[in-house]
Write a protein that binds this ligand. Structure first.
Ligand SMILES: [Zn+2]
Length: 366
């Protein structure tokens, strides 16, 4: 039963000599012996594809028929070939009418999951380009990242950098903000690792998410806080012989705050690995918090605008610029009573005497 292999080899010889029609005849002889070998279908389809390119004949239908058959049998390189036929960016004669990005994406992705004779990184890069055209930069970024990772060709890094830039421009403010809330990072490279999860329905990148990278900085920060706190307690003890001094108390507060955030961050990291539902819940809560705040601010702004229009003289008018300290639209002109207590106490030295505005939300004046 090894005979199909002989026919296949003869076919390959012809193929390599660019005698594609002869090659097809050999492969078809192989198929007469067995119809269970996806490679034969792939080779026939691929030969037809090459005829299309050389003779400009409309052999594309035959190519698609054979490649599709090979695809159904799980042939990853056949998927890659078919994807290129559908890919609008790949110029193959007589395919303009059948170009279809969804089909191209589907077959490219199929081609990535299994080893084949095709280059996986090219498939990834082509996927990235399609997503880039669709302006889905998160996906484009992930796939170009994978292409770059598996092949060091400068073209791939170049593409990756383009999508990185696009991504930075397009990335949703909301997501950045909610991540910032957790760990105060602005480093987009690290952020991307977090985004991969949001980006991929594809298991391909599941393995690559680097939660370690996300939590590293905040962990460092809280460790530093604890260290400074301990230092202050020790100093307080050395100088005054007791912990209960202002320095000591601040030190203790720092230690507690540091430990609290350290535990919280650990919890997030842990839930990422062990309890995905919990992780999503934590992320969801942060996003909701942010959303609620935005909603509240909108309402405050609306009230501020209304108050400006008000004709009632004793009603408070809120400024249309938010407070520069807390961001709330609760800023009004400072009244005398805002300053009186401070001025009564400090007299002319009061810092509040020259201040014109007061934020009702955080109480700051400027
Ligand atoms: Zn304020």
């Amino acid at each position: 039963m090894n005979d199909w292999k002989n026919f296949n080899e003869k076919g390959n010889e012809c193929f390599n000599n660019k005698k594609f029609l002869d090659a097809i005849q050999w492969y078809k002889k192989g198929l007469e012996i067995t119809s269970e070998v996806s490679t034969l279908y792939y080779n026939i389809g691929n030969s037809y594809l090459n005829i299309v390119e050389i003779h400009k004949k409309d052999e594309i239908k035959a190519a698609i028929v054979y490649l599709s058959k090979a695809c159904k049998m799980g042939h990853s390189s056949a998927n890659y070939c078919l994807a290129k036929i559908y890919d609008p960016k790949i110029n193959i004669p007589h395919t303009t009418k059948i170009k279809n990005t969804d089909l191209a994406l589907m077959h490219y992705k199929e081609s990535v999951y299994e080893e084949g004779t095709h280059s996986v990184y090219s498939a990834c890069n082509n996927i990235a380009v399609i997503y880039g055209e669709k302006k889905q930069y998160i996906e484009a970024l992930c796939w170009s990242y994978y292409a770059k990772k598996t092949n060091e060709s400068p073209i791939f890094s170049q593409n990756h950098n383009i999508y990185l830039k696009k991504f930075k421009e397009e990335i949703k403010e909301e997501i950045i903000e909610s991540l910032k809330l957790i760990n105060n990072i602005t480093d987009v490279e690290i952020l991307i690792n977090a985004m991969k999860e949001t980006a991929s329905e594809d298991e391909l990148f599941e393995k690559d998410i680097d939660v370690h990278a996300i939590v590293a900085k905040p962990k460092e920060d809280s460790s530093a806080r604890i260290a400074i706190g301990v230092f202050m307690v020790v100093i307080s003890f050395i100088i005054s012989g007791r912990v209960v001094s202002i320095v000591g108390v601040i030190g203790v507060i720092l230690i507690v705050a540091g430990m609290y955030s350290f535990i919280k961050i650990n919890e997030i990291e842990d839930s990422y690995y062990n309890d995905r539902q919990k992780f999503d819940k934590i992320m969801g809560a942060y996003k909701k918090e942010k959303k609620d705040k935005l909603k509240k601010l909108e309402e405050e702004k609306r009230i501020a605008i209304e108050s400006q229009k008000s004709s009632v003289p004793w009603e408070v008018r809120y400024m249309l610029e938010p407070c520069k300290y807390c961001g709330h639209y609760k800023v009004r002109y400072a009244k005398w009573e805002d300053k009186s207590l401070s001025v009564a106490f400090w007299g002319i030295a009061s810092g509040k005497i020259g201040k014109n505005y007061k934020c009702e939300y955080c109480g700051k004046m400027w």
